[in-house]
Each structure stands twice: as structure tokens, then as C-alpha cells.
Design a protein around this ligand. Structure first.
Ligand SMILES: Nc1ncnc2c1ncn2[C@@H]1O[C@H](COP(=O)(O)OP(=O)(O)OP(=O)(O)O)[C@@H](O)[C@H]1O
Length: 249
């Protein structure tokens, strides 16, 4: 278990995130949840900037440094003519420099295969769709690796098949490597299905640190997302919720 803390985050004179402490379980997915403007991106960005942003992550007594943390920002639009394979290999540029051994190329290709991108390995990044680019950028971060992966809405551009495939892959990756993966998600059902831990943010504050099911209780959903949840059961008996507009009588 890693222990994280963040000092207050400000932009100009505005405080956008209050100080907070939370834990990040190793080998698991932690969901950062909250409505628009809650502070999810600010939290992930601060974690990735570390000391410069007043953030610290401790593994016991050891403080993790920038090399231990791998960050995927929310906004992306790659106009580069770089090939997909080269883009993934760039993930290890600090370690490899200009010498790229065949083993690294093989690893990068295998990662592309596992993310369903093998056929696109030689294609230019600029010639990919938004969802394909997002998966390549995720592959690049996975190729780089780190004790913590901070991913800002890594499934925002993905279709339903790829949302499930990517989150399933991330869950296996975390378990296999012991990485603490912390990711923001707007789909609360996906968060409940794939994440074991959740940080619920609202109005720049950490409301609770809980399992997703407990964090996403009906009063919290009404209060912070301003929708009424209807609970159903799927074929595997998992609770799934359907949001309805709140009616004001
Ligand atoms: N440069 C800035 N200057 C002033 N306020 C900012 C700035 N950047 C972000 N904010 C504000 O900080 C708050 C948190 O923003 P943040 O992007 O972290 O929210 P979020 O939870 O990731 O939202 P979303 O779900 O819409 O991506 C918002 O109210 C936003 O308007």
C-alpha cells in the first residue's frame, strides 16, 4: 500500500483542491470519481508532478520520485508522423536512449498485439482515429511502466469493446506487476466493475476513500451527480445502476 498526500492546489487566487491524504493499493485499480470540475484531473496531475505540486507518495518511508510515476493526461491529439511502434518505444527513451535492442522492439510489438493494435504498428500516429491514438498512448505508458500509473480518463475515446478490453488489461497488468493504477472514470458502472478502491471528489474536496460500491451510494449519487440511481442486476448478479434525471416536485 502506498500513502499519498497533496497540499492545497491553487490556480491564481482560486483554491481548486483542498489538502488531502489517501492510500493507493499496489496491484489494484483505484478510481478517481466525481462530477465535472470536482478536481480529478488536478489530483492526477499533481501526483505526476510530485514535489513541485506539493504532492508526495510514500512506499513505507521511501518517497517515490518522478521516474516512479507514469502519467497519461486527459487531452491528446497527436499530429506526429511517428509510427505507432516508435511512439510506444519512446516510452522507454530515458532508459534506452538511441540504442533500441531487438528485445525492446519485440516487447513493444507484443504490447500492441495485446491492445489490439498489432496491425497498426507501422501506421503514422497522425493517421489514427482518436480511440486508436488513445490506446497507443496508453501502450506507451504501459511500456514505460512505474510504481504508480496516473491515468486521466484513459477510456474517454473508446468504444464499448475497447473500454472493457483496456480496463481488463489494466487490471491484469496491475496484478501482474504490482503497479498502483489510479485512474479517473466518468462511467461509474465500469469503476465499480474493475476498481477495488475509489476516491470520491466533489467541489475540490476528498469526500471519501472507500470501495466503489460504498462510495457510490444512492445519497452520494443524488448529491454530487444530481441524478437518481435505479439499481438493477446484470446476468452475473453485479449491481448496475441506471441514472435518471432528478424530478423536483
Ligand atoms: N487554469 C485554471 N484556472 C482556474 N481554474 C481552473 C484551472 N484549471 C482548472 N480549474 C478549475 O479547477 C476545478 C477542477 O478542475 P479539474 O479539471 O481538476 O476537474 P475534473 O474533475 O477533472 O473535471 P472533468 O470531469 O470535467 O474533467 C474546476 O472547477 C476548474 O474550472
Amino acid at each position: 500500500m502506498l500513502n499519498a498526500s497533496l497540499e492545497q492546489q491553487t490556480r491564481g487566487r482560486r483554491t481548486i483542491l483542498a489538502p488531502m491524504r489517501f492510500s493507493l493499493p499496489c496491484g489494484r485499480l483505484t478510481a478517481v470519481l466525481g462530477p465535472n470540475g470536482a478536481g480529478k484531473s488536478t489530483l492526477l496531475q499533481a501526483l505526476s508532478r510530485g514535489k513541485a505540486a506539493g504532492a508526495q507518495i510514500l512506499d513505507g518511508r521511501r518517497q517515490l520520485g518522478p521516474r516512479d510515476i507514469c502519467y497519461l493526461p486527459q487531452a491528446f491529439a497527436v499530429v506526429s508522423e511517428l509510427s505507432v511502434l516508435d511512439c510506444v518505444i519512446l516510452g522507454q527513451r530515458e532508459r534506452l536512449g538511441l540504442r533500441v535492442p531487438q528485445q525492446a522492439v519485440t516487447q513493444a510489438r507484443s504490447l500492441l498485439d495485446r491492445l489490439g493494435l498489432g496491425d497498426l504498428a507501422t501506421r503514422a500516429m497522425s493517421a489514427l482515429s482518436g480511440g486508436q491514438q488513445q490506446r497507443v498512448l496508453l501502450a506507451q505508458r504501459l511500456f514505460r511502466g512505474g510504481r504508480v500509473m496516473a491515468l486521466d480518463e484513459p477510456t474517454s475515446a473508446l468504444d464499448l469493446h475497447h473500454q472493457l478490453a483496456v480496463l481488463g488489461y489494466l487490471r491484469d497488468f496491475a496484478e501482474r506487476t504490482g503497479t498502483a493504477v489510479v485512474l479517473s472514470l466518468h462511467d461509474l458502472n465500469l469503476a465499480a466493475r474493475f476498481c477495488t478502491h475509489a476516491l470520491l471528489l466533489a467541489e475540490g474536496r476528498l469526500i471519501c476513500e472507500e470501495t466503489p460500491e460504498r462510495a457510490l451510494n444512492a445519497p452520494a449519487i443524488r448529491r454530487f451527480w444530481k441524478v437518481a440511481p435505479e439499481w438493477l442486476r446484470d446476468s452475473e448478479n453485479n449491481a448496475v445502476f441506471v441514472p435518471h434525471m432528478l424530478t423536483h416536485r
